[in-house]
Design a protein around this ligand. Structure first.
Ligand code: GLN
Length: 489
């Protein structure tokens, strides 16, 4: 069987019917990583127990037991998610020796459903970045063009999946980190509604924005992964007890009766021609499939980037205060601990352990939260955020799903923006609003730039309306001219 083109159900069924063993499947992907990842750098750590985990699946099957919804499907997991006994760095030097004593709920649920963990994928340090250039473990290359970034912060997951080093991957999205790299690498990425997926055991960046989700090859694989990872978790009080629909079974191919919103504010002149064409083609395709196209407006999206960077940096500065070199993680070397005070201990450890982008965010965030500035910055951003959410609510009275670009341009060159933080932040212009409003978002490969780079379209839905978003994506995927397109690795 061609494992590169197989869906999760095909892999799982083949293993179940003993046409191929879980061990052979895992070996196949491990070999691809071994032969090709040197040039891409999508993995930080390989799980040396992957083949043993696959063996356990094979044994279950030979005993006639159920191996789970994803029995034997190998995944790469972003290094933001804790994996028991397997190093978890969050892309940072400060966690380069951290081996978690427990699994994140997402990982636990995946394992329970039979997923084999291949290893931990590369990412921007603490998920801060849009290009995967801030990782302590090196830049990740885009498999479609090795001179380009894969996007970020889940760049390792996106690159690994697009190169088919993995059957599926997990990413996290605080301001676009699943959708933007998915678009840059030509894969499907879903950021669920805030509260849909447990954040327990995920290294916290900005707690009111973070969500984990699938970065995979098809909408069906995404739907299946969501069925496994979504749902109430006692260990995360922000998870919702809303029922998780049978996303996969419900998927439909026509869009009759669907109202697709085009957001005025996102159809800007700043769009690259190829990106604009891709969005137009997706809208035409949706119309042909029976959808009605409706113009909507969410004016406060124009303020989303400043709002996001205030909220995200503030929460990050608070979350990252825990890395002090005392109980775990990197600690600077001191000749004589008794001759320094605590401040010197912290500042040297944190100064060496964090990269410059993370330090910038901590300083910005600490400033925004400090007495005298809190009201003007953090609090103000939270108030405007609420208004943004209200405007989205109004828009979703008029339409079911909003279709837009994911980014203004396809993947950019490595080095092009890293020295200009503002240019980098502006890359998130179309993705951060979704997180601020707590909505689900999806990136679907739909076009191709003249340069050959993939282009995705973004779908956004109302809270807990993942099904609608997946339905539209599924129908569009079915008529997409880039369906099944793969880079030459
Ligand atoms: N690029 C954004 C940032 O740097 C979003 C990152 C993310 O979603 N984790 O914060």
């Amino acid at each position: 069987m061609d494992l590169i083109k197989s869906s999760f159900s095909e892999i799982k069924n083949a293993i179940k019917e003993k046409k191929i063993s879980a061990k052979e499947v895992t070996q196949f992907f491990l070999s691809r990583i071994q032969s090709h990842d040197k040039k891409i750098n999508s993995f930080i750590t390989i799980n040396d127990k992957a083949l043993d985990e696959a063996n356990v699946i094979d044994q279950k099957i030979s005993r006639g037991e159920d191996a789970g919804l994803l029995g034997g499907v190998p995944f790469g997991i972003k290094d933001m998610l804790c994996t028991r006994g397997l190093r978890t760095t969050a892309g940072s030097k400060i966690l380069n020796n951290f081996i978690p004593p427990y699994d994140a709920t997402v990982v636990e649920r995946l394992k329970k459903s039979g997923v084999v963990v291949l290893g931990k994928t590369n990412q921007d340090e603490f998920a801060m970045g849009s290009s995967n250039e801030t990782s302590f473990y090196g830049v990740v290359k885009n498999p479609w063009n090795l001179e380009c970034v894969p996007g970020g912060s889940s760049g390792g997951s996106a690159a690994a999946q697009s190169a088919r080093f993995t059957a599926g991957t997990i990413g996290t999205d605080t301001g676009g980190s699943i959708r933007q790299p998915a678009s840059f690498c030509g894969i499907v990425g879903v950021k669920p509604t805030y509260g849909r997926v447990s954040r327990y055991g995920i290294v916290a960046y900005a707690s009111s924005l973070d969500q984990a989700g699938p970065m995979v090859s098809s909408v069906e694989d995404a739907a299946l992964t969501l069925e496994v990872i979504c749902g109430k978790d006692e260990k995360d009080a922000t998870t919702s007890s809303k029922t998780v629909p049978a996303f996969t079974k419900n998927l439909r191919k026509d869009l009759k009766g669907f109202r697709i919103g085009v957001m005025k504010e996102f159809m800007s002149d700043a769009l690259d021609k190829d990106v604009q064409l891709t969005v137009e083609q997706a809208l035409d395709a949706a119309k042909k499939l029976g959808a009605e196209i409706i113009e909507v407006s969410v004016p406060l999206t124009s303020q989303a980037v400043p709002m996001y960077y205030l909220v995200a940096a503030s929460e990050a500065s608070s979350n990252l205060a825990r890395y002090d070199g005392v109980k775990y993680g990197h600690r600077s070397e001191f000749k004589d601990l008794s001759s320094i005070d605590l401040d010197q201990f912290y500042s040297k450890t944190r100064g060496q352990g964090f990269g410059s982008e993370v330090q910038r965010r901590i300083m910005l965030g600490t400033y925004c939260l400090s007495a005298g500035y809190y009201e003007a910055y953090y609090n103000k951003a939270c108030q405007v955020r609420r208004l943004l959410k209200n405007q989205y609510e109004d828009a979703f009275k008029k339409c079911d799903v909003i279709l837009s670009a994911v980014t203004t341009h396809p993947a950019f060159k490595i080095g092009d923006r890293i020295s200009d933080p503002l240019a980098m932040y502006l890359n998130d212009i179309f993705t951060v609003s979704t997180n601020l409003a707590g909505l689900p978002g999806l990136s679907l490969p739909f076009g191709k730039a003249h340069s050959g780079l993939p282009i995705g379209v973004q779908l956004t839905a109302g809270p807990f309306e993942e099904q609608k978003m997946l339905d539209v994506a599924y129908a569009l995927e079915n008529v997409s001219s880039v369906k099944g397109a793969l880079p030459n690795v």
